[in-house]
Design a protein around this ligand. Structure first.
Ligand SMILES: Nc1ncnc2c1ncn2[C@@H]1O[C@H](COP(=O)(O)OP(=O)(O)OP(=O)(O)O)[C@@H](O)[C@H]1O
Length: 258
């Protein structure tokens, strides 16, 4: 399913936080949204999972305005891992993952054999199967994050939006998660802070600065020393990854040891 942010603007308390943002996420592709703190990335994503209504423009799924779908209809299609995801209740890991099926079930309908298998597979993919009976409130930040990704996967979404999914994850689980995004099927829009991981994981990148899209294209097209300096205020050497050729940024601290 194609996802398109079509001239999206979001105004909150009189200030325009997202300004006429247009970005295409073609079916099955992984598009990364990057930008400095406060540039409007999470706000744009909130419009996709309908926690916010844009003040102008639209989020389109295969061309149709998402606002024309009921919340239940869009929950069957769009899964989100957000900064607010989680639960205050001490459900077990397997219960939280099973909640991902809720948009597909009627009333109190129980999970069938295929759905239980789906949950088991997602827990294995995210390396949380061994935690199935544990309460989520007792988990570490990274373990909880992996449970929430598993919950999003069992939703079998056609569009997956992730807001800083690598938060709390150790490097092995960061790589495992971002590797999974490629080729799992759904169209993916992901906010990432780590530009090197974004370069490796995303087919295309959109760069937000003060609510505006200031660049978009392949990582090679977008990640230039000039852009990184202009948008993030940082000097970076950019070198191709020796194995993959993906652009990788090398930074120098303001007070280097040498
Ligand atoms: N509900 C709100 N009320 C007032 N201001 C808001 C609200 N939501 C977001 N903002 C402001 O809008 C701007 C963009 O916020 P947003 O969370 O979208 O940025 P971001 O790019 O995701 O940032 P970060 O990288 O720090 O997560 C920020 O200045 C934020 O303070």
């Amino acid at each position: 399913m194609d996802l398109r942010l079509d001239g999206l603007s979001v105004r909150i308390d009189g200030s325009e936080i997202v300004r006429s943002l247009s970005l295409d996420v073609p079916r099955g592709r992984v598009v990364g949204l990057v930008g400095p703190n406060g540039s409007g990335k999470s706000t744009a994503l909130r419009c996709v999972y309908r926690a916010l209504r844009p003040s102008a423009g639209a989020v389109r799924l295969d061309g149709d305005d998402i606002a024309s779908l009921s919340l239940r209809q869009s929950a069957r299609v769009v899964a989100a891992l957000t900064q607010e995801s989680g639960t205050d209740l001490d459900f077990t890991v397997e219960e939280v993952v099973a909640l991902g099926r809720a948009p597909h079930l009627r009333g109190n309908q129980a999970l069938g054999a295929r759905e239980r298998e789906l949950c088991r597979e997602a827990m294995e993919r995210m390396d949380v199967a061994h935690l199935a009976r544990r309460g989520v409130l007792g988990l570490s930040g990274g373990e909880r994050q992996r449970v929430l990704v598993a919950r999003a996967l069992v939703q079998e979404p056609r569009v997956l939006v992730l807001d800083e999914p690598t938060n709390h994850l150790d490097v092995r689980h960061q790589i495992r998660l971002l590797s999974l995004l490629r080729g799992i099927g759904p169209t993916v829009l992901v906010v990432l802070h780590d530009l090197n991981l974004a370069s490796a994981a995303c087919d295309r990148l959109g760069v937000l600065s003060e609510g505006r899209l200031v660049a978009s294209g392949t990582p090679e097209e977008v990640l230039t020393p000039g852009l990184v300096k202009n948008v993030f205020g940082v000097d970076a050497e950019i070198v191709p990854h020796p194995l993959t050729g993906d652009p990788q940024l090398l930074y120098t601290l303001d007070s280097p040891r040498h």
